[in-house]
Design a binder for this molecule. Sequence first.
Ligand code: ARG
Length: 293
Amino acid sequence: MPILQTLDDLKSYPFSAYDGPQKVLMVKPDFYKVSYQINPHMADETGALPQVDEKRALFQWEKLKNKFEEFGLKVFVIPGQEDLPDMVFAANQVLPLDSKHVLLSKMAHDERKGEVAFFGDFFEHHGISTTELPEEVEKFEGTGDALWHYGMDLLWCGHGFRTDMKAIEFLADTLGLAVAPLELVDESFYHLDTCMCILNSRTVAWTPKAFSEESQKLIDGFFPQTIEIPYEEAKETLACNSFSVDGKNVIIPQGAKTLKEKLPNHNFIPHEKDVGEFHKAGGSVFCMKLAFF
Ligand code: ARG
């Protein structure tokens, strides 16, 4: 499958309908804390790491889990592991391909590499087979960077910080997926899910400055409806790390003011959740779960 690089490629590609994932996997924040810095959110100007309030983190995590369940999602939970504090960000360790296959990530940082095997075990145990990336791919961080278009067999894939072009080539050439690459250019938006949220098949929320100019044109040209989140808001509140549960109800991080105001204009219902303890590590609603088929 060719990589879909241009707006023409994207507009002329015969996409098929593809039902989105209905199940959710979460990792209990048993060992969650900030003990190293691998993205700009994880330290203040002096380089000091934030202290996590463990009780509050667990409370916020449970509230989010309840919210997923309220919307009828089946939530699976695996325990956290000592010395893998970021494992709670379950969006990153695999990319679900369909109900029988997941692709295992290659985490960009050594601190997170150990997480992947626990996800591999979970899927194998559930009869879902796992595929490894080849040698030449150095990094790929699952649904942190690879986002399924809503209801369509198109995969948007961010690259630059945590995922390399070789990964995108593998997705297209070997797995035969229709992939549209998007270049990320701002460190604060190190994963695609920090700057782009696909709300339904026609609508995206995004913060344009996180992308190269070419990628901005691709997003702007492809989606008939775009909700622009101001740069500072996207950075401070992780507004784009929201989750459109069913193309209507959208769980958003608390404080994402513009997003909350604009969603109803496009017929979406915002549901605000406080996951502030997880913002200390640079993650929010979307990346605290893995949606799988
Ligand atoms: N501290 C984690 C990291 O830097 C946060 C990951 C958040 N995940 C996400 N998909 N945005 O890897």
